[in-house]
Design a protein around this ligand. Structure first.
Ligand code: ATP
Ligand code: MG
Length: 335
């Protein structure tokens, strides 16, 4: 269905830098919003302290990985040292505490795949989900955040890609398209593979940070201040990178054989991971290796129908980036 071809980027591509950067700027959360989040977090910490004096609250996901838009919900993880706690009991007790302290829309979803308590703070209008002991999510959030500090182009590219995915309806895991987390990993891997590279492979370097969670070793080089200027040898600008990103996912990625892997900074073969056929509900039609839980394919939710939708959207975006007079409008048109 897809013809591979070598495309040269349009000559006026740099004309699109200013409009892409202004879209990026408009999506960044303003400082007042970050302050409100901090205030709410302080309140939640003091409430949690009463019932679980030893426990800690960590923010993970888009509010902590630096890829969050304005008006995002906060994802919070309550870490209780005893890993064998009964999560349902904790969540129900937490819900009771929150409700009696005037937080609104409090709901304990104890049967969900990731059990959580939902709440809304009436003073700020901010909504939160709180889960228990989801430490790997806290650590992969830190990895993403550390990558973002190395080269500013990652945050620009990931904002544009997430914005596109949300507008085009392909950021809906319950409909078989990809999570924001998966899109950010695609952007990191893409920048690791530019020539010269714009991002290093932090897990391929001598570790300066290491924790073991649920038998999974999470180790990488996290002294990213020392990597400032890593991508300076590559002068590609945001508009060129957006063009190349969509071109890669539309025409160059080998969906039949390849797995993208931030952990190794490159691609692996599906064969090597034994991801060549459907196992249970995992179809492996687009393969994105989780950096720490390496048996997890973040593309596993994609099915026969949604892979078509995704690939058609990548092709549409690539075509617009190549030919359209006003790509910055057309790219984000609601589907
Ligand atoms: P959004 O701005 O759309 O809310 P987000 O950054 O919060 O984006 P999500 O995809 O909602 O991204 O995921 C939130 C966090 O949950 C991720 O940063 C990651 O830590 C964790 N996470 C999500 N999906 C997975 C997964 N399949 N495996 C491991 N961790 C995951
Ligand atoms: Mg989120």
């Amino acid at each position: 269905r897809i013809m591979k071809r070598k495309t040269a980027c349009r000559r006026d591509i740099d004309r699109l830098n200013a409009p892409f950067l202004s879209i990026y700027q408009s999506l960044i959360p303003p400082k007042e919003e970050k302050d409100k989040q901090e205030k709410l977090l302080t309140i939640l910490r003091s409430l949690v302290k009463k019932d679980w004096p030893e426990a800690q609250l960590y923010v993970y996901g888009s509010c902590a990985n630096s890829f969050g838009f304005s008006k995002s919900d906060i994802d919070i993880c309550l870490v209780i040292q005893n890993m064998d706690v009964n999560k349902s009991e904790v969540l129900l007790k937490l819900a009771e505490t929150l409700e009696s302290n005037n937080l609104q829309n409090v709901q304990a979803l104890i049967r969900a795949r990731v059990p959580i308590v939902k709440l809304m703070d009436p003073d700020t209008g901010i909504s939160c989900d709180i889960c228990i002991n989801n430490i790997l999510a806290v650590i992969n959030t830190k990895l993403l955040h550390d990558y973002a500090r190395i080269d500013g182009r990652l945050r620009q590219l990931a904002f544009i890609v997430k914005h596109w995915a949300k507008k085009r309806g392909v950021n809906e895991t319950y409909q078989g398209t990809l999570s924001s987390y998966a899109y950010v990993l695609m952007c990191i891997n893409f920048l690791q593979q530019r020539k010269p590279a714009i991002l290093p492979c932090l897990q391929g370097m001598e570790p300066t940070y290491s924790v073991t969670v649920e038998n999974t070793e999470c180790a990488y080089f996290n002294e990213v201040d020392k990597l400032h200027g890593f991508g300076a040898g590559n002068g590609e600008t945001i508009s060129h990178l957006v063009w190349a990103f969509f071109n890669y996912w539309a025409y160059y990625h080998d969906y039949t054989n390849d797995v993208i892997s931030v952990r190794t900074g490159g691609t692996l073969s599906k064969q090597a991971k034994d991801w060549t056929r459907r196992i249970g509900n995992d179809r492996h039609l687009i393969c994105i290796e989780d950096p720490f839980e390496i048996t997890h394919d973040l593309g596993r939710i994609v099915d026969k129908a949604s892979i078509r939708v995704l690939r058609e959207e990548f092709e549409r975006a690539a075509e617009i980036m190549q030919h359209d007079l006003d790509p910055c409008t057309k790219l984000f048109e609601p589907y």
